[in-house]
Design a protein around this ligand. Structure first.
Ligand SMILES: CCCCCCCC(=O)CC(=O)SCCNC(=O)CCNC(=O)[C@H](O)C(C)(C)COP(=O)(O)OP(=O)(O)OC[C@H]1O[C@@H](n2cnc3c(N)ncnc32)[C@H](O)[C@@H]1OP(=O)(O)O
Ligand SMILES: NC(=O)C1=CN([C@@H]2O[C@H](COP(=O)(O)OP(=O)(O)OC[C@H]3O[C@@H](n4cnc5c(N)ncnc54)[C@H](O)[C@@H]3O)[C@@H](O)[C@H]2O)C=CC1
Length: 719
């Protein structure tokens, strides 16, 4: 786990050997401790270089080991020994130096980094703090403000930035290890006292209290209820106010309070869930590792509305040429200007040149005949989309793959009108498509493995987190979110207000509650979908009373808002009122209060006071319940896929892990009990009826989430 070599007769080269990221597992910690002892004790050795195998210095502690209490050699003692040693130790940083890996580098006397390396202390993103001296050494090295920024956000920095901040001593385009060896030979003669970071005097700005207060407020605003960033601030404050040894003690106490917290477990689960979702498998046996995706160079985007524009930008900024198609000159021109503006702003932010030469705009579908793929983003209208897919199969060459960005229509029905049903699938982007990280890739029953692999790999190339899911109305995300918004609407009928429901959800950790989010997205989006599925509009069965549709309870309140032209932020009012159309500051609207009161009177609903507990349980347990049904139906293969969709597409608070992980944390037995209770109270809401899978898991003793897969019938997979 750590290799030892004597080079140039007087240098010990210690290489961490724990692929793929040389994580500091207990075996690695043991290995380095032994090798450092040997190097420091060998009179032939005058200096030491530490590097990592496969051009990666170290990705930090082995996160998998955090599931159990930490055992084995202590990093803190090892790092103190390295720093206190009388021989210069040089960290040769290639690839990454993150978390414990960067703390190891901070304990060394010098740091040489490759120009492409990335460095940082991302522990906070795992619900922890850098507890191997990171919170004490980094502020001493680069000052309190910069250290606070890095430690509380977990941001990685480039080697160039690290050099500017003083985190490394030198950067190189050559092999960092070779450079470090040469550097070490020169360092032998130099005194080490000024190189021991723990002994440096802390550079303290004069207004220390104000600084800590401002950062605390910033953190509380950005990540409400999240513990780790606040603990990070306290640890850095200790560095600023206490001697090193006392600061280390405080760092360790704060880490102990985080280490076994539910937030840390949730955040670490998110880290692995994201990686698990990237490893998709189809029932045919095709998977991420054995199917070659097509190389995509030219794409067409049909429809330059809200979504088409973002999709065009996402493609062009990774070097894919785009032909965008619209129906009218005016719409094409508006779309063109928007896309160009978005690309230019994006390029400016990234310090690159906007790749405008990759864009082409047309009113003729014939122009897409030679592209590798088409992504359709026209109105959510099945007959329009079918017409378009028929035309596309006539226009495009036989090898062109066809994708739809529908938010919930049947992908297979679209495949069925083409001459190439196996080459059709869904690529469901989220709005705004050039910003949101999630991409649901929808596998129709006839979609080929290559079609799916190509969408997944293209998504990754565009910087998306891709999740492969099956084909059903709303797929995973929108199918589930309907149950959540339905509950929120029912709660309004029963006595809650939009601000009460949103307040409870925001307190839980959502950046925006369900009603504020609907106002932002536009209420007309859901209205159009409800009309399309016959829940409102002329297709409604006239025998259905207003609060019942298709045999179940239905809330017509959102439709009533749309009928009044209250479409959300864009019209200046929706569930809330805004200062102007397009305004963002939501204020409670007395007209909504009146509308709700009138509704309750008309349907003889006695309003009641609803607790935050009920608001959260009804909205979130029903969400997880539908997640269990999604798993049961084989629309998602594993709970991690659902959670990743909710984390990246719906703003589910990361420190809660996602709806399925949250249900697991609450306890499946409790979720089942509460759903039974609410279903008993509202028998006309089928989504409150506990799913079979939930009952089965509880009957099996509520296994941990990683084991649920064993209880899901994979032979029914629709992927
Ligand atoms: C009281 C107790 C006191 C304890 C004191 C200890 C305090 C500490 O020292 C705390 C820490 O370090 S916490 C760890 C901090 N490090 C990180 O957060 C880095 C996590 N890794 C990454 O960002 C990317 O993997 C990275 C950028 C490194 C590489 O990205 P890639 O996209 O190239 O590769 P991935 O697909 O992400 O990863 C490849 C495989 O490696 C696994 N992995 C990555 N980092 C790991 C890590 N740190 N520990 C364990 N496994 C890790 C990753 O899961 C993936 O595995 P497979 O999915 O099986 O292939
Ligand atoms: N808006 C959203 O938040 C999301 C929407 N979607 C889906 O993306 C699709 C597009 O939605 P939006 O961009 O919001 O709609 P939009 O109404 O903003 O834009 C649709 C555009 O398609 C154009 N169009 C219509 N027929 C066309 C044709 N035959 N050829 C070329 N262009 C044509 C229209 O002129 C319009 O500019 C829909 O299927 C929607 O369900 C998916 C995810 C999120």
């Amino acid at each position: 786990m750590a290799r030892y070599e004597l080079v140039k007769g007087s240098l010990a080269l210690i290489t961490l050997t724990n692929p793929p990221v040389n994580a500091l597992s207990s075996a690695v910690r043991y290995g380095i401790t032994e090798k450092i002892k040997r190097a420091l004790g060998d009179p032939k050795v005058k200096a030491v270089v530490i590097c990592g195998e496969n051009e990666r210095f170290c990705g930090g502690a082995d996160i998998r080991e955090f599931a159990a209490p930490m055992r084995g050699h202590s990093l803190v003692m090892l790092f103190d020994d390295i720093e206190a040693g009388e021989k210069p130790v040089i960290a040769a940083i290639e690839g990454v130096a993150l978390g414990g890996g960067f703390e190891l580098a901070l304990a060394c006397h010098y740091r040489i980094a490759h120009s492409k390396a990335r460095l940082g202390l991302p522990e906070v993103t795992l619900g922890l703090l850098p507890a191997a001296g990171g919170t004490q050494r980094l502020p001493r090295l680069i000052g309190i403000p910069a250290a606070l920024e890095l430690i509380t956000t977990g941001h990685h920095v480039s080697a160039q930035e690290a050099l500017k901040l003083g985190m490394v001593d030198q950067i190189t385009d050559e092999n960092a290890c070779k450079m470090a060896v040469e550097f070490a030979l020169r360092a032998v003669a130099k005194p080490l006292s000024s190189r021991r970071i723990s002994t440096l005097t802390m550079p303290c700005p004069p207004n220390l209290d104000a600084l800590f207060e401002a950062v605390t407020m910033q953190v509380q605003k950005k990540a409400r209820g999240v513990m780790a960033p606040l603990a990070c601030i306290q640890a850095v404050r200790a560095a600023a106010t206490l001697p090193y040894s006392k600061g280390m003690k405080r760092e360790s106490e704060l880490m102990a309070s985080l280490f076994s917290s539910s937030q840390a477990r949730a955040l670490q689960y998110c880290f692995f869930a994201q990686r698990t979702a990237g490893k998709w498998t189809l029932p045919s046996g095709a998977q991420w590792s054995n199917i070659k995706p097509r190389d995509i160079r030219r794409a067409a985007v049909i429809g330059l509305g809200t979504m088409g524009r973002g999709i065009a930008v996402s493609l062009a900024r990774v070097g894919i040429s785009v032909i965008a198609v619209e129906t009218e000159k005016k719409l094409l021109e508006t779309g063109r200007q928007m896309v160009i503006g978005m690309l230019e702003r994006d390029a400016k932010r990234r310090g690159v040149t906007a790749s405008l030469y990759l864009l082409q705009f047309t009113l003729s579908l014939q122009d897409v005949k030679d592209v590798d793929i088409v992504i359709e983003a026209v109105f959510e209208d099945m007959s329009l989309k079918k017409r378009l897919f028929r035309d596309l199969s006539k226009v495009c060459r036989p090898s062109t793959l066809l994708y739809t960005n529908t938010s919930g229509l049947d992908v297979d029905a679209l495949a069925g009108v083409t001459d190439r049903p196996h080459m059709v699938a869904g690529m469901h982007f989220f709005s705004p498509a050039h910003v949101m990280k999630l991409l649901e890739v929808i596998c129709g029953p006839r979609s080929s493995s290559e079609t799916i692999a190509t969408a997944m790999s293209l998504g990754k190339r565009m910087g998306k987190v891709c999740v492969a899911v099956g084909n059903c109305p709303g797929f995973v995300g929108n199918r589930m979110v309907k149950t959540y918004t339905d509950q929120a609407n029912f709660l309004l009928e029963e006595g809650a207000t939009p601000e009460q429901v949103d307040g409870a959800l925001e307190e839980f950790g959502f950046a925006m509650g369900v009603f504020r989010m609907s106002d932002l997205a536009g209420l007309d989006v859901g209205w159009r979908i409800r009309k399309e599925s016959g829940l409102t509009g002329p297709d409604v069965d006239p025998k259905d009373p207003p609060h019942r549709r298709q045999g179940h309870r239905y809330s017509p309140i959102p439709d009533m808002l749309c009928e009044q032209g209250r479409m959300g932020q864009k019209t200046g009012c929706g569930w809330y009122v805004y200062e102007k159309p397009g305004g963002t500051e939501a204020k409670p609207d007395p007209l909504i209060q009146k509308l709700l009161e009138g509704y309750r009177v008309r349907y003889s609903i006695q309003p009641r006071k609803i607790s935050s507990q009920e608001l959260i349980e009804r909205c979130l347990y029903v969400l997880a319940n539908e997640g269990f049904r999604v798993l049961e139906d084989g629309i998602a293969v594993q709970p991690e896929d659902i959670d990743v969709i909710y984390l990246f597409g719906y703003g589910f608070p990361r420190h809660r892990g996602g709806p399925m992980f949250y249900a697991n944390m609450v306890g499946l037995g409790r979720v089942l009990d509460r759903l039974e209770h609410y279903h008993h109270a509202h028998p006309d809401v089928p989504h409150l009826k506990p799913s079979q899978l939930l009952k089965k898991l509880v009957a099996c003793g509520s296994p941990p989430i990683q084991k649920w897969k064993e209880h899901i019938k994979t032979m029914h997979s629709h992927l």
